[in-house]
Design a protein around this ligand. Structure first.
Ligand SMILES: C[S@@+](CC[C@H](N)C(=O)[O-])C[C@H]1O[C@@H](n2cnc3c(N)ncnc32)[C@H](O)[C@@H]1O
Length: 231
């Protein structure tokens, strides 16, 4: 599995921030909103309380959570300033507190949040176990952690075709739309070598979560996983 370099990751997302949302809609055929909603439902959003969206990027998940639960206080955190800047300029953004922070060293005290969510963060971190440990640390006992991530396709019949589309289609489209073909070669490269849902679930259990469940979408390439902090 590739170990991402945080400086390179930050520079890459800084470079693609202006076209990030458009690319997401195109690459997922506008389905990412459905998966994000599934994630927030799996997280079991309370009516009130405090939610952290870590690696929030341009804020899709944080903003959706704030819209779904008007009584919830929402923090969106990311270490790429230009992604946060885009988030903070979107409609509804005043409902969210935006924080520049590293997922591997969260600037929050222990047992602070009721819910911690992330979308496409884990694959991009230099130390996934540490990223999970930090989220578990800032969760209250009984709090829920949920994430959405791209995994290698689980459908064996379609896997070769999907891998080809990932390998050639995504970089070509990314180059055309964002002008950054390299950034969109990174997505298929890191996905092909990434963990399968069962392996991710084992990591969550090792991080101190229980009642771990997952759902797969889009030929098994999209995984929504959730668990509960013990205690
Ligand atoms: C693929 S984007 C996902 C953005 C958003 N969560 C979404 O669902 O569209 C990954 C985001 O994670 C952020 N990120 C990667 N590593 C991080 C770290 N160690 N700490 C904080 N943010 C990180 C990047 O800056 C980027 O905005």
């Amino acid at each position: 599995m590739e170990k991402p370099d945080p400086k390179a990751v930050r520079a890459m997302f800084g470079g693609i921030a202006p076209r990030y949302d458009l690319m997401n809609r195109l690459l997922t055929l506008d389905q990412d909103r459905v998966w994000r909603r599934a994630l927030l439902e799996a997280a079991g959003l309370p009516e009130k309380g405090l939610l952290l969206d870590i690696g929030c990027g341009t804020g899709d998940m944080a903003l959706m959570a704030a819209q779904m639960r008007p009584g919830l206080r929402v923090v969106g955190a990311d270490f790429t300033y230009s992604m946060l800047q885009k988030a903070a300029n979107r409609p509804g953004s005043s409902r969210v507190c935006w924080v520049e922070a590293d997922a591997l060293a969260l600037p929050f005290e222990d047992a602070f949040f009721d819910i911690a969510v992330s979308g496409y963060l884990l694959r991009n971190t230099a130390d996934m176990a540490k990223a999970l440990a930090e989220q578990v640390r800032v969760l209250k006992p009984g709090g829920r952690l949920a994430f959405l991530e791209t995994c290698p396709p689980s459908n064996r019949v379609l896997a070769p075709a999907i891998n080809l589309a990932f390998q050639y289609g995504i970089p070509a489209l990314g180059g055309l739309v964002s002008g950054n073909r390299q950034a969109y070669s990174y997505l298929p490269r890191t996905t092909q070598n990434f963990l399968k849902p069962r392996q991710l679930a084992a990591m969550l259990a090792a991080a101190g979560l229980e009642k771990i469940r997952w759902q797969s979408f889009f030929f098994g390439t999209q995984t929504v996983m959730a668990g509960r902090k013990k205690g």
